[in-house]
Design a binder for this molecule. Structure first.
Ligand code: 5GP
Ligand code: ZN
Length: 112
């Protein structure tokens, strides 16, 4: 399958990794929109939240890693945003589920 995030997970193309374990990797977004912009992905390919097995541990693993990275980046006190875009209208461009961890600036709510 021609998936750029599978290739990053398999070390076939480079990325600035900030975290890796058996199930999850996290790396810097190539086009950051905030001082901290990390993508957290399961190594296994799922297109989006619609494909995730909600009975399994995938989301637990992702949220565990989000907390670790937020601590590493000193974002616990000031706050951060964790976002997964699903489908065209939400702006999902890479069809391998990913969670954007964004921090280091103020964010609007509701989002634009
Ligand atoms: P989406 O729009 O699907 O929610 O987010 C996809 C994100 O992946 C974008 O923020 C984009 O900058 C990032 N991205 C796309 N290709 C690459 C890549 O090859 N390497 C890295 N590090 N980020 C990428
Ligand atoms: Zn993939």
């Amino acid at each position: 399958m021609d998936c750029i995030f599978c290739k990053i997970a398999n070390n076939e193309i480079p990325a600035s990794k900030v975290y890796e374990d058996e199930n999850v990797i996290a790396f810097k977004d190539i086009n950051p929109v905030a001082p901290v912009h990390i993508l957290i992905i399961p190594k296994k390919h799922y297109e989006s939240v619609l494909e995730i097995d909600t009975e399994g541990n995938i989301l637990n693993n992702i949220f565990k890693v989000a907390k670790i990275i937020a601590q590493q980046m000193n974002l616990i006190d000031e706050g951060f945003r964790l976002v997964t875009n699903t489908g065209e209208k939400a702006g999902q461009t890479v069809k391998h589920i990913h969670f954007h961890l964004l921090g280091g600036r103020d964010f609007q709510w509701p989002p634009g």
